[in-house]
Design a binder for this molecule. Structure first.
Ligand code: GLP
Length: 237
């Protein structure tokens, strides 16, 4: 379904600006997009993309880095012209200047047309951990112990995820014209309930999405299991 939404967006506007996410959840979406691209059912070469986040201090060739993830799952199969597939710079000598530059590039590209999001078990979107202000912008952030422990599962045996990352802000995410939030599995059920049905507040960053006029939430049954309101009211898919 997520690949269909991306395809519909690119049918309307082939040179769309996409906001891209990493993590386990969108892996099948990337696989399906690359499959359609190879089958010549979809042309992904005209997009511009901006990824949500990157660890601080990890070289791009490290298998735990999000740059490596994106190359493996997407960019190696869809070689975009140089300068059109953007990642936040986790190695910048001046992180504040690099963050401002990332925001400027998003604006120069015309803003994000379609933002793909996953969600953390603690409700984070991008790496905007609980307590991030709802109008936050791209910046260097500290990760919570829960996020570091969970994300270390995706690192090579014996390695731990870094404690800092660069993430676009919640305010940056909310400026996208359309947002698709993806969540699968029981570990996400509480975060999804708080995101969809809880109060809009910084303790659950995902809840900020309730204020967006065009946000689709795609869930499997396990991630939707704690929703209490009927779908027509909760707007869940
Ligand atoms: C990670 C990333 C997020 C991602 C989320 C869910 O920490 N920073 O961008 O959406 O957590 O990850 P997963 O899909 O692996 O559960």
């Amino acid at each position: 379904m997520a690949a269909d939404i991306v395809q519909n967006q690119l049918t309307r506007k082939p040179d769309s600006v996409l906001g891209l996410a990493t993590g386990e959840t969108p892996v099948q979406m990337y696989h399906e997009l690359v499959r359609r691209h190879r089958a010549k059912r979809l042309d992904l070469t005209r997009i511009t993309s901006f990824n949500l986040d990157e660890y601080a201090g990890l070289p791009p060739e490290h298998p735990g880095s999000y740059t490596y993830y994106m190359r493996e799952r997407f960019f190696d199969a869809i070689p975009l012209p140089s300068g059109r597939g953007h990642m936040p710079d986790g190695l910048a000598a001046d992180p504040e200047a690099a963050a401002r530059e990332y925001e400027r590039r998003i604006q120069t590209a015309g803003g994000i047309d379609l933002q793909i999001l996953g969600i953390g078990t603690n409700g984070h979107i991008g790496f905007n951990e609980p307590g991030s202000t709802l109008d936050s912008r791209t910046r260097l952030v500290e990760l919570t112990a829960e996020t570091i422990a969970r994300n270390s599962q995706l690192f090579p045996e014996g390695e731990t995820a870094p404690g800092q990352a660069v993430t676009v802000g919640i305010g940056t995410i909310l400026e996208a014209r359309q947002i698709v939030l993806l969540a699968c599995g029981p570990a996400k059920a509480r975060a999804i309930r708080e995101t969809v049905e809880g109060p809009v507040c910084a303790t659950c960053p995902g809840s900020a999405l309730q204020t967006h006029a065009n946000c689709i939430v795609l869930l499997d049954d396990a991630a939707a299991a704690e929703l209490q309101l009927p779908p027509a009211q909760s707007q869940s898919a």
